[in-house]
Design a protein around this ligand. Structure first.
Ligand SMILES: [Fe+2]
Ligand SMILES: [Fe+2]
Length: 407
């Protein structure tokens, strides 16, 4: 007996609770000659404890048996067994003596026409001998040569007793495994949901950033794909400069926001044709501060705020608004200064045509009457640009605006 039970438990150590309890029930019925039976497992804690039917078999009723739960208290047969750990051998379910606390529930018989007679119900013991479930066997089959109606015998209990703890522990393990698996699944589902939410928030963030950058294109010099190209040049330059992946990712959307402050500049000044007077120039040159004040509201836009504030600073300390010098200027802003300048040279403006890549590179590296690269730009970044500028051209070509006019 012990060997037989051991064999099927160990033949598949990770079988599901359902599969294992089905096999346990079949084996118990085979050993005792029972027509029907149910395996219940204890679930829940304290007053909420319930017996949940995990396997039910019935050789007489053809319908698939419904699984159900029974509260753990002494008024039902299996509840009594779970609560006390006692084994019950009943000769007839309908003839339970009055003084017993438990009653037979005839609902199943009434529903199906089955007639429950003899019952054997015993607790399954888990680790430390505590009940973890109940096996209920119903209607012992007639045995040739045995006198009287067929009933379960004390020796049936003794046949199962030696293997009870092995079966009980295996079922307990299976139930624990199933709970853990279910919890894992729930965690995985939850993690996936959080990741989706995060991705959605990230998409919304990017949309907002791009909308903000677009909204800032109120002045006619820099429109179209300018902001997208500045993102890409800056991303490339940051990569060449050996910046971290996180830095590169951040500058790739932050660079586009360099001129958002222009939306706060006095519109009359912003759109004025012709030279600006001193007051107007001062107002125009406040756009880095305006931009910084808009962007500083979000931690995610810290780099963008730095870029907005410092993209007109110059390496020699001759820029605005703070006159920062050399490495006092945030690296991201030094990168965007070169990116922005290259794109301005390639673009047609009211006062200048669109320059070829070669001419733009020549001006950036060697200067002209408006631009002195030694004064304006970080020399290390400029030498990186000097050796890899073809990639800037590729970005220009890939993202150039439709109505562009070549010079
Ligand atoms: Fe600017
Ligand atoms: Fe720009």
């Amino acid at each position: 007996m012990v060997v037989q039970f051991m064999e099927f438990i160990e033949s598949a150590p990770n079988q599901s609770l359902r599969a294992l309890s089905d096999r346990v029930l079949r084996k118990c019925r085979e050993v005792t000659g029972a027509e029907a039976g149910t395996v219940f497992m204890l679930r829940g804690q304290g007053r909420g404890r319930q017996l949940e039917a995990v396997s039910a078999q019935n050789d007489v009723i053809r319908a698939k048996p419904a699984l159900f739960t029974v509260p753990v208290n002494q008024t039902s047969i299996v509840g009594y067994v779970a609560a006390t750990g006692e084994t019950l051998l009943l000769d007839d379910a309908y003839e339970i003596p009055e003084e017993r606390p438990y009653r037979f529930n005839p609902a199943f018989d009434q529903r199906t026409g089955f007639r429950t007679r003899s019952i054997m119900a015993f607790a399954l013991k888990g680790a430390r001998g505590r009940p973890i479930g109940v096996v209920q066997l119903i209607n012992r089959r007639p045995v040739p040569g045995e006198a009287g109606p067929p009933v379960f015998q004390p020796n049936h209990e003794q046949m199962i007793a030696p293997v009870n703890h092995i079966v009980g522990r295996a079922l307990e393990r299976a139930a624990t495994l199933e709970r853990l698996t279910e919890r894992n699944r729930a965690l995985t589902r939850e993690r996936r949901r959080v990741a989706e939410l995060q991705a959605e928030t990230e998409r919304a963030f990017m949309v907002s950033v791009n909308l903000l950058a677009r909204a800032a294109e109120v002045h006619d010099e820099e429109t179209g794909n300018h902001i997208l190209r500045v993102n890409e040049y800056s991303y490339a330059l940051a990569g060449w400069a050996g910046c971290s992946r996180a830095f590169c990712k951040e500058i790739r959307f932050s660079a586009a926001l360099h001129d958002v402050g222009k939306m706060s500049v006095d519109q009359a000044v912003l759109h004025k044709k012709g030279r600006l007077d001193e007051r107007e120039l001062a107002e125009m040159q406040r756009h880095p501060i305006y931009g910084h004040d808009i962007l500083i509201a979000s931690d995610r836009l810290k780099m963008a705020a730095d870029i907005a504030l410092c993209h007109h600073e110059q390496w020699a300390g001759t820029g605005y608004p703070q006159g920062l010098k050399g490495e006092e200027i945030p690296l991201a802003a030094r990168i965007v200064a070169i990116a922005d300048c290259y794109d301005a040279l390639r673009s047609a403006r009211p006062y200048k045509p669109s320059f070829s890549h070669e001419k733009a590179v020549d001006i950036l590296l060697n200067g002209d009457d408006r631009l002195d690269p030694k004064v304006h730009f970080d020399p290390r970044l400029l030498s990186l640009f000097a050796s890899r500028h073809a990639e800037f051209d590729a970005i220009w070509v890939a993202l150039k605006d439709q109505e562009k006019v070549e010079a």
